[in-house]
Design a protein around this ligand. Structure first.
Ligand code: AMP
Ligand code: ZN
Ligand code: FE
Ligand code: FE
Length: 275
C-alpha cells in the first residue's frame, strides 16, 4: 500500500489540475491512496474524487490550513471534515481574504525596487486557484523575466523578512484544530519542524495540541532530516499520536524531491487516522 497524505493542485499553488494530480498519483507514482490538501480551500475535492473513481484509487479529502501559534506560522492538515461546516467555512474565508488583501502591499513593495507586477499579472498565474499565494507572485516575476524560477523569489523578496514580505491573517492553531474536529474531521500538524515552526512546536506544545484534539504529526517530510524524524516519531509515540508521511507535491512548482510518493504513510497509521 502506497499512501501519500499531502499534495497541492492548481486550486492553490500546485501546478497540476486536481484530475491530473490524481491521474499522476495512480499512473506515475503508483499510489493506492492520495490526499488532496490544497492551502485553505476544498474547491478541488469534487474533480479529484471523480478522477479517483475513474482510475480506481482512494482519495482522502483534505486541506492545509495556514495557522499561527505563538507568533509563528504553522501549517495544519485537515482530513475528511464537513466542507460546509459554517464556522470552519467562515474562518477559511478570513484566511483566503487575508491572502488576497495583502497583494497590493506586496506589489507596492516590489515596485519600490523596480519590479513592476500588476494584480492582473498575478491573476494570470493563479488562474483556477481559490487560494492565491506567494508562489503565484513568484510565477508572475518569472513570466516578466525578473527571475529565472519560483524559488528565487523566496530568496530575499517574498520569504519571511524579505524585501517584499507582507504578513497576512492566519487562523489561531488551537481554533483551527477545534473547527476541524467540530466538523467531524481529523487534524495533523504538517512539517512541524520546518523553518519557524520548529521554534514553538516543543514537546510541551504537542501535549497541549493533543489536549485540543490533534490526531497526528507529519513526521516523514522532506523538510525534516533523519534526526528530526527520529525525535518527532518518539514524541508521537509518547503522546499516542498518529505518524504520517507525505510528499507535499506541488507539481512543477517545487523541486522534484517533492515528487508524488516521495514520503509515504504506513497503512496502519492511516487506519488509525481514518478508521
Ligand atoms: P503562502 O501560501 O503565500 O504563504 O506561500 C507559501 C508557499 O510558498 C508554501 O506553501 C510553498 O508552497 C511555497 N514556498 C515557500 N518557500 C518556497 C521556496 N523557497 N521555493 C518555492 N516555493 C516556496
Ligand atoms: Zn504550497
Ligand atoms: Fe505547508
Ligand atoms: Fe503543503
Amino acid at each position: 500500500m502506497r499512501i501519500d497524505l499531502h499534495t497541492h493542485s492548481n486550486r492553490s499553488d500546485g501546478t497540476d489540475s486536481p484530475a491530473d494530480l490524481v491521474r499522476n498519483a495512480a499512473h506515475v507514482a503508483r499510489l493506492d491512496v492520495v490526499a488532496l490538501t490544497d492551502h485553505d480551500s476544498t474547491t478541488g475535492w469534487d474533480e479529484a474524487q471523480s478522477e479517483a473513481d475513474r482510475v480506481g484509487i482512494r482519495l482522502v479529502r483534505g486541506i492545509e490550513i495556514s495557522t499561527r501559534f505563538q507568533g509563528e506560522s504553522v501549517h495544519l492538515l485537515g482530513y475528511e471534515f464537513d466542507p460546509e461546516h459554517p464556522a470552519l467555512v467562515a474562518e477559511l474565508r478570513r484566511v483566503l481574504d487575508g491572502r488576497d488583501n495583502r497583494l497590493p502591499d506586496v506589489l507596492r513593495k516590489l515596485a519600490e525596487h523596480g519590479i513592476d507586477i500588476t494584480l492582473e499579472d498575478v491573476a494570470a498565474q493563479s488562474g483556477d486557484a481559490a487560494a492565491s499565494g506567494r508562489p503565484h507572485i513568484a510565477d508572475a516575476m518569472v513570466a516578466k523575466g525578473y527571475i529565472a524560477h519560483r524559488g528565487e523569489a523566496f530568496d530575499g523578496w517574498l520569504n519571511t523578512g524579505g524585501r517584499a514580505y507582507v504578513d497576512r491573517y492566519s487562523a489561531p492553531l488551537l481554533t483551527a484544530i477545534g473547527l476541524l474536529k467540530d466538523a467531524g474531521g481529523r487534524a495533523v500538524v504538517a512539517h512541524p519542524w520546518s523553518r519557524g515552526s520548529d521554534r514553538v512546536l516543543t514537546v510541551d506544545a504537542f501535549q497541549r495540541l493533543k489536549t485540543s484534539g490533534l490526531d497526528g504529526i507529519e513526521v516523514d517530510h522532506n523538510d525534516h532530516g533523519a534526526t528530526a524524524r527520529e525525535r518527532l516519531r518518539a514524541i508521537a509515540a509518547d503522546l499516542d499520536l498518529v505518524v504520517t508521511g507525505s510528499s507535499d507535491y506541488h507539481g512543477t512548482g517545487k523541486s522534484d524531491a517533492f515528487h508524488l510518493g516521495a514520503n509515504l504513510t504506513a497503512p496502519d497509521q492511516l487506519d488509525r487516522l481514518l478508521p
